[in-house]
Design a protein around this ligand. Structure first.
Ligand code: COA
Ligand code: AMP
Length: 638
């Protein structure tokens, strides 16, 4: 694309920041409103901002009904491709609408009303998407919990969201085993102080489950004779569409609230302008509906656009091989694909010469998008060399719901600089600040912040916790949202995101909290204190490592120590979930701390990663760190 397009994009970004109401007021025309908003931005109560405060709409109507009305009834809305069960099935917009309206009726008849919550704990099956959209249809608030989380994590979310109904399935299917979901759900409900009134369970033929008193069989309640379809319930643009819990530094997950109107507008705008996908085209997003990428780019954005979304139940490798993604692109003529860098690293490891790429016709593919973690230049280079299309890094967070920075291929393709997700996106006034809140010079690293207001689609607050919202994100630098990522901007305005500045872990593109892993370890009767750090990993980007100190008087020989370490690994798996991927626990004599008692996780991480360690002058006892260094270095990549 021309320099004119690039300049025009830079002008658009500048205009969106100088006059947010002007820019988003025009973009609001991309969705169908029941009551079009007269006010675009309510900025009367900073640091709280509300988009389209007097607008009313229904997001499900925009994702389904309006396409059926406007000639897309017979177009495929969703393809379900599941190599782990040997299933391939397509749903047209009309068929998906029928299922969603019926499940909306089921929820309504179970007493779910506008604003009530529904927790969805499901594998990657079409019923998960149906349940999400059914909530949107009746104005209920869904909260999807990733299937790789264990009962304790699910319980924390049920307790906070207080759902009327939980929707789940009998099992999930991982490449090497079938995972019974129902016992985990039952255990989570047992642990939670809040009990849902009903659970609707999809019985999968691979492994069914017994249903209890509060449980209902999805197939039975969805029988056309049983379920009367629900109509779309109008909601305010500012009403919540969903709550998605994400990891902070503490063990208590943060309930990211997503509003309805701003999200619909931002996603519809982003799908065509940032990702370059148009109505009628197919697209593959290889994430999971349990993560924000799945919410936004498996479900809402493609359907709001009238595109075809591919729901893939499998892994980038092993189901059956490292060519699965290329087969999907070929078979469904996907114009773009989106996954995490770790998936490409897994593919590259198994198929370094990209032989499986050559076996497929990828002529439909225009772009590969990667997000969820830093895209390392080697992975970028491999994908670029073998796919022959632009490989686009985009940076965002659960909190923002759509990219903060990307190469906006739908409007202009900028030169790619490996290691950079290119430029801040429209509506995001990104600044890199030092500790005093001063903007740093180009090339200097600092805290990446966004000047308020954030654009539509981003979090207006945390679920029932305005104070935590302000304390977590808005109090470090007044007038700015703190992303929690560090990085810098170069002379051309390209952003470089170098990693979290807090203790949030990123394992295979999955965001995890050191706090929840540490809580699981600390709950063991032998553990006095512990620390979890994220160390570099060639495949997953980062993996957790744990260091534990035993209670005084516990003296173990080597065999007992080994057994305890294995027990602690299992404990994290049971409490947090397999997705935490904790494999290494070391029993140590002491943890390095500052004089005020803060554990020096960053310093330990630097040693484990083989980097030069920054030892703060406030360290309490440098001898502790010296004694620990050989343990940390053992198993480090260097
Ligand atoms: N339900 C139950 N268990 C799950 C699960 C789910 N939905 N998802 C993952 N798990 C389990 C896995 O079975 C695995 O268990 P194991 O320790 O017994 O093998 C564990 O959690 C870790 O899973 P995963 O992170 O998928 O690692 P992996 O080693 O099985 O596979 C990759 C590695 C790179 C192939 C995989 O991480 C991947 O596909 N990554 C893409 C990341 C992604 O899409 N991120 C979303 C943000 S864009
Ligand atoms: P999540 O909320 O799970 O999407 O995780 C968000 C975090 O993942 C961000 O704060 C970053 O630390 C990291 N991240 C996501 N995308 C990128 C990217 N393109 N480059 C660097 N880091 C990223």
């Amino acid at each position: 694309m021309s320099n004119d397009a690039q300049q025009s994009y830079r002008d658009t970004v500048a205009a969106s920041i100088a006059d947010p109401a002007g820019f988003w007021g025009e973009a609001a025309g991309l969705v169908d409103w029941i009551t079009p908003p007269r006010q675009v931005l309510d900025d009367s109560d900073p640091p709280f901002y509300r988009w389209f405060p007097d607008g009313r709409l229904n997001v499900c109507f925009n994702a389904l009904d309006r396409h059926v009305v406007h000639g897309r009834a017979d177009q495929t809305a969703l393809v379900y491709d599941s190599p782990v069960t040997g299933t391939q099935r397509s749903y047209t917009y009309a068929q998906l609408l029928d299922l969603v309206a019926r499940f909306g009726g089921v929820l309504r008849d179970l007493g779910v009303g506008k604003g009530d919550r529904v927790v969805i704990y499901m594998p990657m099956i079409p019923e998960a998407v149906v349940a999400m959209l059914a909530c949107a249809r009746i104005g209920a608030v869904h909260s999807v919990v990733f299937g790789g989380f264990a009962p304790a994590e699910l319980a924390a979310r049920i307790e906070d969201a207080e759902p009327t109904v939980v929707v789940s399935a009998s099992c999930g299917i991982e490449p090497t085993r079938t995972i019974a979901y129902k016992p985990m759900l039952d255990e989570a409900i047992r642990r939670s102080a809040h009990k849902p009134e009903h659970c609707v369970i999809v019985q999968r033929e691979q492994q069914t489950c017994e249903l209890g008193e509060r449980d209902l069989d999805w197939a039975r309640v969805m029988h056309p004779d049983a379920a009367a379809p629900a109509a779309c319930v109008p909601v305010a643009a500012t009403d919540p569409l969903y709550v998605l819990y994400t990891s902070g530094t503490t063990g208590k997950p943060k309930g990211i609230v997503r509003d309805s109107g701003g999200y619909a507008v931002a996603l519809r705008w982003s799908m065509t302008n940032l990702y370059g996908v148009r109505p009628g085209e197919a697209w593959l997003c290889g994430s999971d509906v349990g993560w924000v990428v799945g919410h936004s780019y498996i479900v809402y954005a493609p359907l709001l656009t009238g595109a075809t979304t591919i729901l893939f139940e499998g892994k980038p490798v092993g189901t059956p091989d490292a060519g699965t993604y290329w087969r999907l692109v070929d078979q469904y003529d996907a114009v773009a694909a989106f996954t995490a860098p770790t998936a490409i690293r897994a593919i590259k490891k198994q198929d370094p010469r990209a032989e499986l790429v050559k076996e497929h016709d990828l002529s439909s593919l225009r772009t590969l998008f990667l997000a969820g973690e830093r895209l390392d230049p080697d992975t970028w280079q491999w994908a670029t060399d073998h796919l022959g299309v632009p490989v686009i890094d985009n940076w965002w967070q659960t909190e923002t719901g759509w990219p903060i920075a990307t190469n906006p291929v739908g409007l202009a393709l900028f030169d790619i600089k490996p290691g950079s997700p290119t430029l801040p996106t429209v509506g995001y006034d990104v600044r890199v600040l030092d500790e005093r809140g001063e903007e740093v010079a180009p090339g200097t690293e600092g805290a990446i912040c966004i000047r308020l207001p954030l654009p539509p689609g981003t979090l207006p607050t945390l679920w029932r916790d305005d104070d935590r919202f302000v304390a977590s994100y808005l109090s470090a630098h007044q007038g700015y949202y703190l992303t929690g990522d560090g990085g810098y901007v170069d002379e051309d305005g390209y952003l470089y995101v170098m990693g979290r500045t807090d203790d949030v872990l990123n394992v295979a593109g999955h965001r995890l909290s050191t706090g929840s892993l540490e809580e699981a370890l600390a709950g063991h009767p032998s553990v006095a204190e512990c620390a979890v750090i994220g160390v570099r990993d060639a495949l997953k980007g980062q993996v957790p490592r744990a260091l534990v100190v035993l209670k005084a008087g516990i003296d173990l020989d080597q065999a007992q120590t080994d057994a305890l370490e294995a027990e602690l690994v299992q404990r994290v798996r049971d409490e947090v979930g397999p997705v935490a991927a904790l494999r290494q626990v070391d029993v140590v004599d002491a943890l390095p701390k500052t004089r005020s008692g803060k554990i020096l996780r960053k310093t330990m991480r630097q040693i484990a990663d083989g980097q030069e360690a920054q030892v703060p002058s406030t360290i309490e006892d440098v001898g502790v760190l010296d004694a620990l260094a050989p343990v940390l270095r053992a198993g480090s990549p260097s």
